[in-house]
Structures are given as structure tokens and as C-alpha cells.
Design a protein around this ligand. Structure first.
Ligand SMILES: [Mg+2]
Length: 402
């Protein structure tokens, strides 16, 4: 049948598979989140009447470990049932239906959302996981990569940065330099902030990292929102000689004015947004002057649909995007599709954590080469789920096709 003759792609079921992936003992890391010995996610599965299965990912935490029960329930019991019988090709209408709930009809007629009370957090992360799976299913059905449905590709490859950097001052240089061997990275991110105990130690670690990497590498620092405004200003002033590419979440994300104050006072670009959800939150982050670089996470912010809207919004304010992709290869694949279609996505996060799902949840996961990752042209997200891995790591006590 020609593409023009393709009929509806009817949703049969929306399922959530919570996965818990223990990290090998020698790959655990410690940060302000404590010792990270596992990685949790919800794999979202959208089944259709054509036999096509779309996959998405929803996250319960910006870091590695997070309780997924509420997220899985939001996918399967709250949002999913209302989608059964609907046409998966109507991705944007389904997004509105999930966001506005019982008032979705009024909202669509009015032209603006009328959201339910849980309009951020787990419910929007669940919505995002379903949204990613819908894009995957549609792409497979039409035989096109998701970025073709988003307007085609701006690029064939995207730079990635090696995201890690937890070691102390004596070995942080060695840790980051080791990353070069595993993907030819030229950009690196390290963690700083409350985990350092004091500013001198944080700056000592940054200095050691810069000395080990040399002047040509891009080096970013992520404070996980743990500094006070005076600490962040002092950090930026004293870190100037180590020319950081950005300081991420210097201060608490609950006070965007503080973030803006740091940004105003400092020459180092500020990156933020990994825990924000929806374009409305990013609008506020931009308007308050809180960030130079926006970091939406499709598995938290509301899916590929919302991440693409945030990219457009950012573009109108000359902001670039470095999407937060601390997740599985499903999330990373979504990030690749976003990067293909959105000109102002300039770099992606590539996790150097020990999460085994990164290398085993899908067949042929994306591999960085020379600090770049090729954007696949395969239908949908271009991922094939390894069902053995899913069966081994699911924590819902069920079994069946993923
Ligand atoms: Mg971060």
C-alpha cells in the first residue's frame, strides 16, 4: 500500500515496564545524590492494531536512582487507558488530551491548555514517555525516522560530551582523560558543588581537570543546584582562568531569580532546565534571564513534542539546547532525533555512568566516535529492544513482549 493509502494506526494498549538496573560494583559513583548503585527507568510500550510497537522512556529522577511506581501507574492507569482506540498518528492531539485530561475537548476548542493539577513532575514525565513511544510508532508505520516527521535533518552527526567527573582532586584528571579512550570525546562535564564540602576543593578539582585535558577541550561543570548565590559568584570569578564552557544549575532550581542573578554577575554561561517540565516552565526560565543553555530532558519535560517546542522557544531567544539525556538508549535515541531536526540543539549529553542499560537495553546502541554520534535514518527512533534484558531487569513481576 502506498503511504498515501495508509489508514489509522489504532492504539491497542499502553504499558509501563519499570526497570531497575544494578550497576557493577566497580562502576558505581558517588555524588551529592549519594552512592549510585542502580539505574531506574520506566520503559513505555505503545501497542497498535498494525502490530507496530512504539517505545518511549519516562524518568522518575534526573539522576540514576528513583522510585518508579507512581510513574508506571501514571502511564498505565491514568494516561494510557484514555488513548486506547485513538489514532497514534495524532500525536499532538494526544499530547493535549493527556495534558488537559477531562477538559481536553474544551482546551482544543479554546486553543490553550486546561491542565489537570499534576501538570509537572511524574505525570508529565509519564506523558513524555508515551509521547516518545507515539513518535516511534508513527515513524515505523510511515517508514521514516522521527526527525523526518519533525521537518527533516539539519545535521548528520551531533557532538556529544562525556558526562561524569565525580573523582577527587587527585584523580579527576585521570578520570576525564580516560573518557577520551572510550569515544574520542573533546567535551567533558564534571560535578561540583555541595559534594566538594568547600569551594577550594571544587576549584582544585576543576583546575586538575583542565590541566589534564589541555586548553582545547570543552569543560563543563554541574553544581546540581547546590550552591548559594555568593558561592556561585565566587566560584565563577575564581574559575575564570579555567575557561568553563558552562556552569550548570549553580543554584537551587526553585529560585530562578537566584540563577538569573548569578548569570548577570558572571561571565561563564549558565545551563539549566533538566528538571523543568513543559514549554511554560522554560518560557519562565528564559524570561527571568536564568540560562544561556537550555537542557530539557524529553523523559521529564513532556516528550519529544514538548522538547521540540522548547527548542523553537529557545531559538526565538537565541538560546541553544544541550538536552539532558541521563537515561537509557531509548532516551538517547530520542535526543538524536531532536538534534537532527532542531538547529539550536548543539551538543548532547552522553552518560559515562555505569548504567548497564546504556549498552544492553537495545541492539546496536549509538556509539560516539571522535566525539560525534551519527544520527540514524532507520524508521522511528531506530532502536530494537533486547527483550532478554527487559525480562531480567523488570520489577513488576510480569513477563511478556516489550
Ligand atoms: Mg545536570
Amino acid at each position: 500500500m502506498s503511504a498515501a493509502g495508509l489508514g489509522p494506526l489504532t492504539i491497542r494498549a499502553v504499558r509501563a515496564i519499570p526497570l531497575r538496573c544494578p550497576l557493577p560494583k566497580d562502576r558505581c559513583h558517588t555524588s551529592d545524590f549519594g552512592r549510585q548503585d542502580r539505574f531506574d527507568l520506566v520503559l513505555v510500550v505503545v501497542e497498535t492494531d498494525q502490530g507496530i510497537i512504539g517505545h518511549g522512556e519516562a524518568k522518575a529522577a534526573v539522576g540514576s536512582a528513583g522510585e518508579t511506581a507512581a510513574l508506571a501507574a501514571a502511564v498505565e492507569r491514568d494516561l494510557g487507558p484514555a488513548l486506547v482506540g485513538r489514532d497514534a498518528r495524532d500525536v499532538l492531539a494526544l499530547w493535549e488530551a493527556m495534558y488537559s485530561g477531562p477538559r481536553a475537548g474544551h482546551a482544543l476548542r479554546a486553543g490553550w491548555p486546561m491542565p489537570v493539577v499534576d501538570r509537572r513532575g511524574a505525570r508529565v514525565a509519564a506523558l513524555g514517555g508515551i509521547d516518545i513511544a507515539l513518535w516511534d510508532a508513527c515513524g515505523q508505520y510511515l517508514g521514516l525516522a522521527v526527525h523526518r516527521l519533525l521537518g527533516g535533518r539539519c545535521r548528520a552527526h551531533i557532538p556529544v560530551y562525556a558526562s561524569g567527573g565525580w573523582a577527587g582532586p587527585e584523580s579527576i584528571g585521570e578520570e576525564l582523560a580516560r573518557y577520551v579512550d572510550s569515544g574520542g570525546f573533546t567535551a567533558f562535564k564534571m560535578r561540583v558543588g555541595v559534594m566538594d564540602g568547600d569551594l577550594d576543593r571544587a576549584l582544585g578539582r576543576v583546575a586538575a581537570a583542565r590541566r589534564a585535558l589541555g586548553d582545547d577541550a570543552d569543560l563543563f561543570a554541574d553544581a546540581h543546584g547546590t550552591m548559594t548565590v555568593p558561592q556561585a559568584k565566587a566560584f565563577c570569578a575564581r574559575a575564570a582562568e579555567w575557561h568553563l564552557g558552562w556552569l550548570e544549575e549553580p543554584t537551587a532550581v526553585d529560585d530562578l531569580r537566584a540563577m538569573a542573578e548569578v548569570r548577570q554577575a558572571c561571565a561563564i554561561p549558565i545551563a539549566a532546565g533538566e528538571s523543568e517540565a513543559t514549554r511554560f516552565a522554560f518560557r519562565d526560565l528564559i524570561l527571568i534571564g536564568g540560562a544561556d543553555v537550555l537542557q530539557p530532558d524529553p523523559a521529564i519535560c513532556g516528550g519529544l513534542t514538548e522538547a521540540a517546542r522548547i527548542a523553537v522557544l529557545g531559538g526565538a531567544h537565541l538560546r541553544t539546547l544541550a538536552p539532558h539525556l541521563w537515561g537509557s538508549p531509548v532516551l538517547f535515541a530520542a535526543g538524536l532525533q531532536l538534534a537532527a531536526a532542531c538547529p539550536n540543539v548543539t551538543i548532547l549529553e552522553y552518560s559515562m555512568g555505569g548504567n548497564p542499560a546504556l549498552h544492553a537495553l537495545v541492539e546496536e546502541p549509538a556509539v560516539p566516535r571522535g566525539g560525534l554520534v551519527a544520527i540514524p535514518e532507520l524508521p522511528g527512533l531506530g532502536v530494537r529492544i533486547q527483550s532478554d534484558f527487559v525480562e531480567h531487569h523488570r520489577i513488576d513481576g510480569r513477563s511478556g513482549r516489550a
